[in-house]
Design a protein around this ligand. Sequence first.
Ligand SMILES: Nc1nc2c(c(=O)[nH]1)N[C@H]1C(S)=C(S)[C@@H](COP(=O)(O)O)O[C@H]1N2
Ligand SMILES: [Mo]
Length: 257
Amino acid sequence: MDQPTTLSVSDRRHLVRDALSLIESPGRRLLLRGGLNVGTLAMLTGCSLNDGRAAEGVLRHVSTFNDRVQAWLFNPRKLAPEYSADQITRPFPFNAFYPESRAPVINGADFALAVGGLVADKRPWTLEKLNALPQESQITRHVCVEGWSAIGQWSGVRFSHFLHLVGADLQAKYVGFQCADGYWTSIDMPTALHPQTQLTLGFGGAVLPVRYGFPMKLRIPTKLGFKNPKHITEIVVTNQYPGGYWEKRGYNWFSGL
Ligand SMILES: Nc1nc2c(c(=O)[nH]1)N[C@H]1C(S)=C(S)[C@@H](COP(=O)(O)O)O[C@H]1N2
Ligand SMILES: [Mo]
C-alpha cells in the first residue's frame, strides 16, 4: 500500500478518467454508470491512488473481476432477440481492422478447418463436410463496440453440435479462434455452448460472402461484434487464456450483451 493521496478533486477525477480509458465498454460503461471515483476505488482496494500507474493496476484487476462477474451473470439459456426478415439491415455494414478491399480471399475448394487442443477428433473439416451437417438460421442483431448495430440473417451449424461431434472437453475454459487475416479471439465455454452460437456458413440465404467472413465465422448474438471472428481457419479448445486482437488492446474479454 502506498502513501495517502494528496491529489486535488480535479486531479483525482482526471486520474480515474484516464485509467478508465484503458478498459473498454461495456465494463467501462458499467463502472461509469456506477459513478466510480478514486475514493470508491481506494476503498474497494484498500490502496490509495496517487498516480496513474496505481490506478491502472487497480483497474486491470477490476477488469478481470468484471470478466468473472459477467461470466457468472451469463445465463446459458437466455436467448438474444430474434427479428423478422423485413427488419434486416440493408446494406449490412462491413467492419474489420482494415478496409473491405483487403478482406482475405480463400479458396473454398481446398480449404480445411483445423481443430486442436482438448478435442478427441483432430481431423480437419472440409466445407463439404460442414455443409452436410444440420443447418440452422437466425435473424439477430450484431452490436459493434464502435457504436453501431445491424440486423442480419446468418445460417450454419449450431456450435454446440460441432463441439460434441469433435469430442471437445466441455469442461475446458476457453474456445479460441484463429483467422485468415491474422485476427484472433476467444470465448468462454458456456457461450460456446449457447443454443444461438453458430458456426456460420451462410448470410442472407446465400454462401457467406468474403466481406462477412468466407468461408466461415462464429456468430454469437449474446456478445459484442468483435467477439464474432470471421475467416476462421482454426478452432482450439483450451484451458490457457488465448486472448484476442482487440482484447490485447484493452477491450473487455467477456464483452457480453
Ligand atoms: N477475422 C476478423 N474477424 C472480425 C474482425 C476482423 O477485423 N477480422 N472484426 C470484428 C468486428 S470489430 C466486427 S464489428 C465484426 C464485423 O463483421 P461484419 O463485417 O460482418 O459486419 O467482425 C468482427 N470479426
Ligand atoms: Mo466491432
